[in-house]
Design a protein around this ligand. Structure first.
Ligand code: DGL
Length: 283
């Protein structure tokens, strides 16, 4: 990848949001709620998901390629809506794309967890890649050095969320299997450290029990984005804001599965297949 100069961000430009697939739509929903008059381009790298089981070197490479597409489209900020990519690629993306603000989901998620915990015993349920990189553990300990943080990977929950099997005996018994060794009697916060897990929050809350508060990073990330855009004079007020959806594979599946994550249907007119050689083709 060649090095290039990145222009200063333009307040009128869209915000770029990037994820491995549909999961980051939970973050996009929170961003659109927080910033209703902004334009967004959401890129789901559906050709290469899941990121959660891949090596960090591969995820950094994928994240750089996907983010470059958004930066070349002129976005004014880049939201890394994927926990795995945030966990391993954020420093590289920030360095490569300065002065464009690059915001991940781990720091806001860790802040929300520390704020919510009274016992400082915090559990993190995430993908394998996020857990292995230790990013949540590091961020939480930066904010609360005495915290006890336990993390576990709940990979099957990603598939359950995409299948829509988020409640009922199957989801409960899988959640139970993961949480039984993750939660201690002192744990009072469970961080949903994967974009897919908010869809399972009813089941996870039920299995974790009433003493455990669930924290997801979508809302805190949206608030952090609003604060950063405001500080940098980059907020926009568009009369008729748009959201464009770009995917690297299987747009129909993205629209079908993604509408559950976004909480509304995804119109085919706003959806395009893109390749990572910078060719954008209309469906
Ligand atoms: N978006 C990913 C994350 O939040 C979950 C799906 C995947 O593994 O690609 O870590």
């Amino acid at each position: 990848m060649t090095l290039r100069f990145i222009d200063e961000p333009d307040a009128a430009a869209p915000i770029g949001v990037f994820d491995s697939g549909v999961g980051g739509l939970t973050v996009l929903a929170a961003l659109r709620h927080q910033l209703p008059q902004e334009n967004f381009i959401y890129l789901g790298d559906t050709a290469r998901l899941p990121y959660g089981t891949k090596s960090s070197e591969t995820v950094v490479r994928y994240a750089l390629q996907s983010s470059t597409l958004l930066i070349d489209a002129g976005v004014k900020a880049l939201i890394v809506a994927c926990n795995t990519a945030s966990a391993v690629a954020l420093p590289t993306l920030r360095e490569r794309f300065a002065p464009i603000p690059v915001i991940g989901v781990i720091e806001p998620g860790a802040q929300a967890a520390v704020r919510a915990s009274r016992t400082s015993c915090i559990a993190v349920l995430a993908t394998e890649g996020t857990v292995k990189g230790g990013a949540y553990q590091r961020e939480i300990l930066k904010l609360a050095p005495k915290a006890q943080v336990k993390a576990a990977a709940g990979q099957i929950l990603v598939s359950l969320a995409e299948e829509g099997w988020t409640e009922g005996p199957l989801a409960e018994s899988i959640a139970q299997r993961y949480l039984v060794s993750l939660l201690t009697p002192q744990t009072d916060v469970l961080v949903l450290g994967c974009t897919h897990f908010p869809l399972l929050s009813v089941t996870l809350a039920q299995v974790a029990g009433p003493r455990v508060q669930l924290v997801d990073s979508a809302h805190t990330t949206a608030k952090t984005t609003a604060i950063i855009l405001c500080e940098k004079n980059l907020l926009a007020i568009h009369e008729q804001p748009y959201t464009k959806f770009w995917v690297t594979d299987a747009p129909e599946r993205f629209a079908r599965v993604g509408s559950r994550f976004l909480g509304e249907s995804i119109d085919s007119a706003s959806l395009r297949w893109v390749d990572l050689q910078n060719q954008v083709s209309k469906l």
